[in-house]
Ligand binder design. Structure first.
Ligand code: TXA
Ligand code: MG
Length: 358
């Protein structure tokens, strides 16, 4: 199959019509959202949903998110809607928040992987919204990467993973947030974050009061442990290169990483530093331009604004494969969007952490 990239930076009505037609006929379309690119199919058509799992190589016990273009469409997908859901929808939709509540009977088992709940989200990206509303059905869409790889934040990333498997990729440019939506479940006693994102714990609590963070957000599953979110049990976001997280103050982190880097070079490796603006001055051995320092570095963002680190992380992990086989990535505090950054980074690293101290 020939895979076409359709540039949606100008007028895109014709592309939306074509893509919506494919969705209605049971096919797959990749499309941009404000978080990451999605791989969409008609969420009410079990065969179409199954083809998503095949294209991604995704285990089919990992449920999908249904994407809608208005709140009225979301209401039809749940059998009971807690007050907190309305408070969250009215505050954070359209936007990077996915809400889980008991499912309605029209939702196929293939979407929920047999669970009694369903995840629903109303994205803010204009191309995504136009596509969903034109298709006239909820669109089931996981991130448009091969299972296990970092989620795609550009149409080119999607092409790398999906070429030959899908007819169309709608290209909306780089994604604004760069990590997937926050997933919060309202199906238990206390609202619980299963996956942190750009709608933070702090923002959710300000609207609905007590919110918990699932233990699996920052720690690996213990053997035999039952998971709240099936997605958490799989290896995730992994580049080919081995990744280590290095935690600590900017100065201590940079010093430790420089030692690790030199050791790696001596061992014949090709290391890459995933640095922050705060540590860049330390990697500069001679007080000159970073490019002259001899260290291969990518700047993920600034620790002051962890959202900047989220925006660039997946792109850096993907690009790293062409130039390195070992990545030393700086950790940050798990506050605000820092929680989402650490959740993705720890998984990419298989929870391998080096403490550099303060
Ligand atoms: O930003 C996003 O959410 C992107 C874009 C495309 O919208 N989508 C996305 O989908 O990240 P996916 O399939 O890669 O991640 C969905 C996550 C998985 O961890 C899955 O296990 C969890 O949501 N999930 C979905 N339905 C669930 C349910 N009923 N109960 C618990 N977890 C659920
Ligand atoms: Mg995913």
């Amino acid at each position: 199959m020939n895979t076409r990239l359709l540039n949606c930076s100008g007028a895109y009505d014709d592309f939306i019509c074509e893509a919506a037609e494919i969705i209605r006929n049971g096919g797959l379309v990749a499309f941009p959202t404000e978080t990451v690119y999605g791989l969409g199919a008609n969420g009410l058509d079990p065969d179409a949903v199954n083809s998503i799992f095949r294209a991604k190589g995704r285990p089919n016990d990992n449920p999908l998110i249904l994407h809608v273009s208005d709140i009225a469409s979301a209401e039809k997908l749940w059998s009971c809607i807690p007050d907190a859901a309305y408070a969250l929808m009215n505050t954070f939709w359209p936007g990077p928040l996915t809400i889980i509540a008991p499912r309605a009977s029209i939702v196929p088992d293939e979407v929920t992987a047999g669970l009694e709940t369903v995840a629903v989200r109303l994205p803010s990206d204009p191309v995504a919204r136009a596509l969903i509303s034109k298709a006239g059905v909820p669109i089931a869409a996981p991130s448009a990467n091969l299972s296990g790889k970092p989620s795609p934040t550009t149409a080119e990333h999607v092409f790398e993973d999906m070429k030959g498997k899908i007819p169309i990729i709608l290209d909306g440019g780089p994604c604004k947030f760069g990590v997937e939506s926050t997933v919060v479940t309202l199906a238990g006693e206390v609202p619980t974050i299963l996956r942190p994102g750009a709608v933070t714990l702090e923002m959710l609590s300000a609207v609905i009061g007590e919110v918990k963070v699932s233990e699996s957000v920052l720690s690996p599953l213990k053997p035999g442990e039952k998971v709240a979110s099936p997605g958490m049990k799989y290896k995730h976001y992994s580049p080919e290169a081995e990744v280590f997280v290095v935690n600590g103050s900017p100065e201590a982190t940079a010093k430790r990483i420089m030692q690790l880097y030199d050791d790696a070079i001596n061992g014949g490796k090709h290391p890459l530093i995933c640095a922050t603006e705060e540590t860049m001055p330390f990697y500069n051995r001679c007080g000159e331009n970073v490019l002259n320092s001899g260290y291969q570095c990518a700047i993920v963002g600034t620790r002051k604004y962890p959202q900047t680190m989220c925006t660039n992380l997946f792109r850096i992990l993907r690009d790293a494969d062409s130039c390195s086989d070992l990545i030393f990535a700086e950790g940050t505090r798990e506050q605000n969007e820092g929680l989402a950054y650490m959740n993705r980074l720890l998984r990419a690293a298989g929870f391998k952490v080096i403490e550099a101290g303060e």
